[in-house]
Write a protein that binds this ligand. Structure first.
Ligand code: GDP
Ligand code: MG
Length: 235
């Protein structure tokens, strides 16, 4: 039986979570589907010469609901947080997700999971509102992997998003097997929104929590908007 990898797609509505999921599963760019779909899918795949069973949960955004987010995090081995390069607002919403995820791990005192930040719709370059370096910078602050992608473009770039996320889980599992006592605790987020170094990767040194009480989760109305600017021009 191939090893199982559970990936959850998170991000505001309209950034391309479903389009990326469908492209990964079928190699096709499909435009006609229910935008409110929330479903789990499986794909047998090969990653790094190993057969894997990828389970993908394509979610419908509920960023204001901590219960929903907690449910997704509990289920997953890694999270793929998506924004659209054509929408600054979606980029800010992605940051809200990353902060909420951090709060979750800090509150629970749990080991963090790999997170892949994805700037999607890079094919719509004339509508770009978020530069590559801004995505990279946010990924660095939150210690995430980072890629730009297009569900409309070459399938290999979409594969690489999923494969690199799975590879990160493989590495962390290998690390846990090698050093089972290397659990981390989580420090509070800084005022600049960046995560402490200890949250980055398990290969880094462990550190103690400072015990600061968590900030309450804020509901972000911006995260419920639709971010598909310019899309119709291309269909
Ligand atoms: P979700 O709400 O995050 O699941 O977003 P969807 O996958 O439903 O995509 C929202 C809209 O953006 C749809 O009309 C998609 O066809 C379109 N879309 C998604 N990804 C891309 C992309 O990479 N490029 C372009 N041009 N359009 C995209
Ligand atoms: Mg969707």
């Amino acid at each position: 039986m191939p090893e199982k990898f559970r990936l959850v797609m998170l991000g505001p509505l309209g950034v391309g979570k479903s389009a990326l999921t469908v492209k990964y599963l079928t190699q096709k760019y499909i435009t006609d589907y229910d935008p409110y779909i929330d479903g789990k899918y499986s794909k047998l795949d090969i990653v790094g010469h190993e057969p894997v069973l990828a389970r993908v949960w394509d979610t419908y955004a509920h960023p204001g609901s901590y219960t929903e987010l907690e449910k997704y995090i509990k289920w997953s081995d890694a999270m793929i947080v998506v924004y659209s390069t054509t929408s600054k607002e979606s980029f800010e919403a992605a940051q809200t997700y990353l902060k909420h995820i951090h709060v979750h791990f800090r509150n629970k005192g749990l080991e963090t999971q790999p997170i892949m930040l994805v700037g999607n719709k890079r094919d719509l370059d004339r509508y770009r509102e978020v530069d590559f370096y801004e995505g990279q910078e946010m990924a660095d602050r939150f210690h995430c992997l980072f890629q730009e992608s297009s569900a409309r473009g070459n399938v290999n770039a979409v594969y690489s998003v999923f494969h690199n996320t799975i590879k990160q889980i493989q590495q962390e599992r290998a690390f846990s097997r090698a050093e089972p006592s290397s659990a981390m605790t989580i420090e509070p987020i800084s005022s600049t929104g960046s995560l402490p170094k200890s949250l980055s990767r398990r290969s880094k040194a462990t550190s103690k929590s400072t015990g600061t009480s968590p900030k309450p989760l804020k509901k972000s109305s911006s995260t419920f908007k639709i971010f598909n600017k310019g899309f119709r021009l291309f269909t």
